[in-house]
Design a protein around this ligand. Sequence first.
Ligand code: GAL
Length: 415
Amino acid sequence: MRHLTRTMALAALTALAAPAHADGTVEVLHWWTSGGEAKAVGELKSAFDAQGGTWVDSPIAGGGGDAAMTALRARVVAGNPPTAVQLKGPGIQEWANEGALRDVQDVADAEHWDDVLPPVLADIMKFDGKYVAAPVNIHRVDWLWASPEALATAGVEAMPTTWEEFNAAADKLMAAGITPLAHGGQPWQDATVFEVVVLGIGGADFYRQALVDLDDAALRSDTMVAAFDQLRKLRGYVDPNFSGRDWNLATAMVMRGEAGFQIMGDWAKGEFLAAGMTPGEDFLCAPAPGQGYILNADSFTFFNVSGEENIKGQKVLASLIMSPEFQKTFNLAKGSIPARTDVALDDFDICAQRSHGDLLAARDAGTLVPSMAHEMAIPRSVRGEFLDLVTQFINSDMGSAEAAAQLADAVQRAM
Ligand code: GAL
């Protein structure tokens, strides 16, 4: 009896002495390693730590997450999945279908996630009607970032609103000896620029037909050929050292005024902000030419792991990610806007306000489309065909008609 009491007292003492484990452990696999990204994920880590949890960081460098997804596959095959993984779009469904994910429906029920998430996002987070992922944000892909200094030097007076205006501005920058377009030659970056041009040239309905529904006629159409023509134009505005360059280094070229524009999602804004720059003053943001909004939402999934400590950690993380306070702090650093619809945007900058206004307008007008390049639209295998072809186009002198035909053939083979 005495012995038992002592054991119990010891257990109580041990529990007190180890508050760090009071709220679970998570190993988090993510690809947020650039300046702005690291700052944003640092917010999540600090919030988790502050709850008494233990955060094991597993960053896999590589913008767009392709390297992270390869690492994830290897971990799962080895029977050692991380507890939480940055994952999105159809990828969530693919992993859930394999039985790899644990749902967090109890957390979602208790916190009424259905009431605070846009349905379009909630659907992506669910498998078999249950939440298997928690969304952190809404990124917009179709942005144009610019250096006011470079534009002024070249005599460009306003942000372009059509591709003709963009090309004219780029010609002026070129004449002034400034690289018109900062770009990094990596497949996902090539595909990012490509989808922005497809939306800009073809409009939202065409985008959906070609990049979401994978309609053969749309892929082979004159509109697609015209999109490749504009992509070829853009290729001519890139400096010779673009191959393999990371996206944040391209952003840095705009920061320094070495380049006029960058076409990139608003994680680029996270870089400008991390460098202490102010939108509207030190850098400019405007939607890329065209009508619509390309949506890219980041989310975390929870893999099937054993151990109470880990399962607790998953629930705490899910709840934390969806808390209004966290959604605000995180997104102020990340460049995105909150996934929750009930977080006030008063403290957010003009680019975020614009993103939010345009998101609602696009939703109402039916011009809200999911990002192909950022894995919101189609299975990874088919996306891979787009990336290969677009990158091949950018790194060769392939004609536009040939590119559209080859793309359609590749997509057909992949389906
Ligand atoms: C996107 C992701 C963003 C950003 C970007 C560059 O796919 O959604 O959060 O990190 O890649 O790495």
